[in-house]
Design a protein around this ligand. Structure first.
Ligand SMILES: Cc1cc2nc3c(=O)[nH]c(=O)nc-3n(C[C@H](O)[C@H](O)[C@H](O)COP(=O)(O)O)c2cc1C
Length: 180
């Protein structure tokens, strides 16, 4: 498991090779089993394979976004959507200081997708910076549901080295936070 976690990389170049339906199913199965607030499972996934739709989605990222090209070129783009106002709410009332626990739930689904993809030889990158409203319109996401992230998916065409991470001692605090 450790290797799976440390070896997963954000992949932004994909081979021109389709992703098998069975592998997609394995990824959706991993998404299904993500934990969620009260097991409410507010996540909805839109699977984009149409060439023109992927091109239009890519046009909604800034040209400077390192993932712009791969949204167009990936064989599959998964749009991670969810319904706000359920996770973190009880009887329609917000029960913690945070309104947007649905984002947390979607993050866990996204992580499951990326780890399973990596385990079965596929690459992914989570993309959060794009014109969300236009992307929702393009993919027909209904009112009350929000498209939060895009995950291009395919066979990797590069093997990037790992970006640096903080040392454990730089973010793990035993007992008290006590910043030095
Ligand atoms: C919430 C979120 C949003 C992200 N948005 C983008 C993005 O818009 N474009 C991009 O190229 N990468 C994006 N990334 C990928 C990060 O840049 C990447 O995970 C980070 O640099 C660490 O690299 P690694 O995933 O290879 O370990 C995003 C990652 C997360 C978790």
């Amino acid at each position: 498991m450790d290797d799976l976690i440390t070896n997963r990389r954000s992949i932004r170049r994909f081979q021109d090779k389709a992703v098998e339906a069975e592998k997609l199913t394995q990824i959706f199965e991993a998404a299904r089993w993500a934990p969620s607030w009260g097991n409410l499972q507010c996540c909805e996934l839109v699977v984009v394979e149409d060439v023109e739709d992927k091109k239009k989605l890519a046009s909604l990222l800034s040209a400077k976004n390192p993932a712009t090209k791969c949204v167009e070129n990936a064989p599959v783009v998964i749009a991670v959507c969810g319904t706000p106002g359920k996770s973190g709410y009880y009887n329609n009332k917000q029960v913690t200081r945070y309104q947007h626990w649905f984002l947390y739930d979607l993050g866990l689904v996204s992580q499951n997708i990326c780890l399973k993809a990596s385990e079965i030889g596929l690459g992914t990158v989570i993309v959060g910076s794009f014109d969300h409203a236009q992307a929702e319109k393009l993919l027909g996401v209904p009112d009350g549901c929000e498209l939060v992230a895009l995950i291009p998916l395919g066979y990797p065409d590069h093997a990037p080295s790992a970006p640096k991470r903080k040392a454990i001692a730089d973010f793990v605090h035993f007992g008290q936070y006590n910043p030095s």
